[in-house]
Design a protein around this ligand. Structure first.
Ligand code: GLU
Length: 415
């Protein structure tokens, strides 16, 4: 999705952790690359009668701790290396959250904005037919990610169930609620991040009622982060953006009005009563809390020293490069690293799997209670590790997550 190879970044992060943990060379070698990956070509009949071939991937990075889990992206700039990096991060994410799952990721190179609903359905079903033997409720369980929706999850579950000859709700998560989806999955990524911010402000002396937020990205994660920060904390959202640009309003934006404007016009830009800013300017605003919730590599060595927020809460996967990490750490900025901050999504996905397997569904209070406890306890595990070893929050998250995967691999007799 970016010019640089983000899998190299994921490997570099692991290399740092391997040093801290004094990992044996063979263990480090095994964790540096995916265990399995599948590349597929998908012929899809388009509305105009022609057949177009799409490329898709599914990468199972490591399943030492359980069946692999992770989302699917539909994006024109998708590459196998992006998927590998994201699959690695899913492995560390599930481990850090203490879920009995490994990590995976998938993707199709396509621009869903240019596909009709029928073409999108055909593509989703073709993908499942191609990877049918590779996935399964006890093997590898996909979910939504960038530009994939509950409706797409429903088609995929239906295709898988049709081939299996019986309903297999547990093969995919992020489904619509009437089809075995979990209450609370829709805003879970943002809600989980908000729960970590609630703890992080204690470290940074921020009063959430008076706090200002800037949010990069206004998709599922970004919008709900804005909505929940205002609804739960009463904070002020001064800036938001999407791929076309950003808006700023010192008095604070109303997240619902911005969403309505975006749904009507296709973008958050050109909102009445708000100034236009670029995505780059948004990152450098003088706010208390910055939430990158778009794509990878947004905070780099070029702009990291200009970041003025006290907390960077990474709802996106991989928004900060390792060089930028060092700068933020040296400048005393409190980073809630991606695979902690955005782990709410997969945590509620796991609860969806449990509900599917038991054919019994929980209410909102039960889901929120488990999510908030898990987020809080993982946040403090990372914070305490970072203080104990005097390392950044990201390095601490790696030390905990990788350490658990290594323990599982050793117990299984792999290494
Ligand atoms: N795509 C989300 C993530 O990056 C959720 C994955 C899942 O629910 O399995 O964490």
């Amino acid at each position: 999705m970016t010019n640089n190879n983000i899998f190299k970044i994921a490997q570099l992060q692991l290399d740092r952790c391997a040093k801290t943990l004094h990992l044996e060379q063979n263990i480090h070698e095994l964790l540096r690359v995916p265990m399995r990956e599948l590349h597929v070509s998908l012929p899809v009949r388009m509305d105009n009668g022609t057949v177009r071939i799409f490329r898709g991937f599914r990468v199972q990075y490591n399943d030492a701790k359980g069946p692999t889990k992770g989302g699917l992206r539909f994006h024109p700039d998708e590459t196998i290396d992006t998927v590998r990096a994201l699959a690695a991060w899913m492995t560390w994410k599930c481990s850090l959250m203490d879920l009995p799952l490994g990590g995976a990721k998938g993707g199709i190179i396509c621009n869903p904005k240019e596909l009709s609903l029928i073409e999108l359905e055909q593509l989703s079903r073709a993908y499942i037919r191609s990877i049918y033997n590779f996935i399964g409720p006890n093997k590898d369980i996909p979910a939504p990610d960038v530009y994939t929706t509950p409706q797409i999850m429903a088609w995929m579950m239906d295709e898988y169930s049709t081939i299996a000859g019986e309903n297999k709700f547990g093969v995919i998560t992020g489904k619509p609620i009437p089809l075995g989806g979990s209450i609370g999955r829709g805003d879970a990524t943002a809600r989980g991040g908000i729960y970590t911010i609630k703890e992080a402000v204690r470290e940074c002396d921020i009063d959430l009622e008076k706090a200002t937020f800037a949010i990069q990205g206004y998709g599922n994660a970004g919008y709900y982060a804005a909505h929940l920060a205002k609804a739960i904390f009463g904070s002020k959202i001064v800036a938001v953006s999407d791929s076309q640009g950003g808006i700023y309003c010192e008095r604070g934006l109303d997240p619902e009005v911005v969403l309505e404007h975006k749904n009507r016009t296709g973008s958050v830009i050109d909102m009445p009563d708000a100034d236009t800013i670029s995505n780059e300017e948004l990152l450098e605003l003088n706010v208390d809390i910055l939430i990158p919730s778009a794509l990878e590599e947004q905070i780099t060595e070029t702009n990291a020293s200009n970041i003025r927020a006290k907390i960077v809460a990474e709802l996106a996967n991989g928004p900060t490069t390792p060089e930028a990490d060092d700068i933020l750490y040296n400048n005393g900025i409190h980073v809630i690293p991606d695979f902690l901050c955005n782990a709410g999504g997969v945590t509620v996905s796991y609860l969806e799997m449990v509900q599917n397997a038991s054919i019994y569904y929980w209410d909102e209070a039960q889901v929120y209670d488990i999510l908030s406890k898990r987020m809080k306890s993982s946040y403090y595990t990372v914070l305490n590790t970072s203080k104990k070893y005097k390392i950044s929050m990201r390095e601490a998250a790696y030390v905990v997550a990788v350490g658990r995967v290594v323990e599982a691999m050793k117990l299984r007799g792999w290494v």
